[in-house]
Design a protein around this ligand. Structure first.
Ligand code: SF4
Ligand code: SF4
Length: 168
């Protein structure tokens, strides 16, 4: 199976503009347009959360697609599974709204839809090549790559920093 892409977060690049949250909510609206989403009776919800870790530090949090996903093990109705793309997804039709997945997720990234009584979470935007949050981020704080691709970019950055330090 090819390596799946993950959403990586460069926390030092986040300026807390919330563009990612807005784009996520619009992508998960019925109309998939900003003005259409605003007009919808049930406000669409973001599946990504920008948290204020400190007054000058914002950290976007999104489902980490845990290999041994606690939410999937905990779901008593079998609503949480891995799909053919290896993405952990919630089947709203099977969700009974017990919120067990909410209790066990270590990142707090499963939402509770009070209108429908269903849990919701990041689905990696199945209708898009690149998740909406990643495309919307103006600072490059969200990156959509495979683990080897991401690790390579970190190694390159680290090697450049070594080289710079040696030159000083
Ligand atoms: S919802 Fe939480 S527990 Fe489940 S895979 Fe995502 S980060 Fe892991
Ligand atoms: S769009 Fe990018 S910079 Fe803005 S809050 Fe989200 S992650 Fe941070």
């Amino acid at each position: 199976m090819p390596q799946p892409k993950e959403i990586f977060v460069k926390t030092d690049r986040c300026v807390g503009c919330m563009s990612c949250m807005l784009a996520c909510a619009v992508e998960h609206s019925q109309s998939k347009t900003l003005f259409g989403a605003i007009a919808e009776a049930r406000a669409p919800k973001s599946r990504l959360y920008v948290e204020w870790a400190a007054p000058d530090r914002k950290i976007p949090l999104v489902c980490r697609q845990c290999e041994d996903a606690p939410c999937m093990h905990a779901c008593i109705s079998g609503a949480i599974t891995r799909n053919e793309d290896n993405i952990v997804v919630t089947n709203a039709d099977k969700c009974i709204g017990c919120w067990t997945c909410v209790m066990v997720c270590p990142y707090g990234v499963i939402g509770r839809n009070m209108d429908t009584g269903k849990a919701y979470r990041c689905d990696r935007c199945p209708d898009r090549e690149i998740p909406a949050c990643v495309s919307a981020c103006p600072t490059g704080a969200l990156i959509y790559e495979t683990v080897p691709e991401y690790s390579k970019s970190i190694r390159k950055q680290a090697s450049q920093e070594f080289a710079r330090a040696e030159g000083e």
